[in-house]
Design a protein around this ligand. Sequence first.
Ligand SMILES: *Cc1c(COP(=O)(O)O)cnc(C)c1O
Length: 387
Amino acid sequence: MIYYGKQNISEEDIKAVEAVLRSDFLTQGPAIERFERSVAKYCGAKYAVAVCNATAALHIACLSAGLKAGDILWTSPITFVASANCGRYCGADVDFVDIDEKTYNMSVEALEEKLCRARKENKLPKVVIPVHLAGQSCDMARIKDLSEEYGFTIIEDASHAVGADYRDTKVGCCAFSEMTVFSFHPVKIVTTGEGGMVLTNRREIYENLKIYRSHGITRDPARMTHESDGAWYYQQITLGCNYRMTDIQAALGASQMTRLDAFVARRRELAARYNALLHDLPFVTPYVMEGANPSWHIYVVRIIPDRIGKTKQQIFEEMKEQGIVLNLHYIPVHRQPYYEKLGFRQGDFPASEKYYEEAFTLPLYYDLTDDEQDRIVGALKKALGIS
Ligand SMILES: *Cc1c(COP(=O)(O)O)cnc(C)c1O
């Protein structure tokens, strides 16, 4: 069976994890900072805070942005539910901005229009979370301009985009946002088993992220309400979580980071091969925006319904019979029962809903061979009755 994603674990990765297991620290040890520094340095950001997963990273990023009950968070409907749920964890209201029909990322035009309306209704968002779908950066320069005009905080959900480039910067450099979040789940580009990270260039945000990561506790005398009682002393100054990453995971992550460029290079090669192999088929292949060079976490195609005599369900089943498991990223978040209970309806975000009707994800990962990729395309042709 070929699945849509798969991790790559090297002998060096295993040795790095083993070294931690033989060391004094399984958590809160030196591997964490090593991993944080490797990602921050790679991306060109000043600070990084590793946590147990990207969902936790999004949560503490929202907390650090001051998001609370009565505030509003906007994100894209075409994302994993975590990009929206982080707002709900903070008690904020969540709303969505429809996608661009070409990139499938949050539409900047739709964002601008919605902001203009929201200003009149006094319902501007405090936080906007653009999601770099498939590892293609959103048009961050334009979103940043809007953030200055309308006064919201940008948190990039770059769960798909470690290693991606945007306008001569690495995604994660935070030149266009307050914070950027990465995921290190095994299907993502770099893995720690479970893991996430928040990057930022702002010192005070960095300090707050660390406090939210660990129970709201500080050992910094400057942040305490009175002088320290002694060497054992700490204070809980706010309500935080235990979202720490273990050193075992961090060692794996740091080891994986040394291969990030190779991971992305191969993913780009495979994406280019798909583009060529699918050229004559009745699919819309991915559109890459000027200034973006995606890291290709996933490869999404859209069927052209009037040119295909089959439903997407049929294609999925016929592919599975041939040993290939397709996927779909994503079910529009506003169509989830939890969000429908909050008042969202079918028809609210038509471009996202149309995307959902037509899109699916082909397997793409570092270890996928050219032969396997040819087999996938062959199976697809067979499923469509093209030979
Ligand atoms: C994977 C993913 C997340 C959540 O990541 P976890 O590390 O599994 O918590 C959030 N947003 C997007 C877009 C993702 O793809």
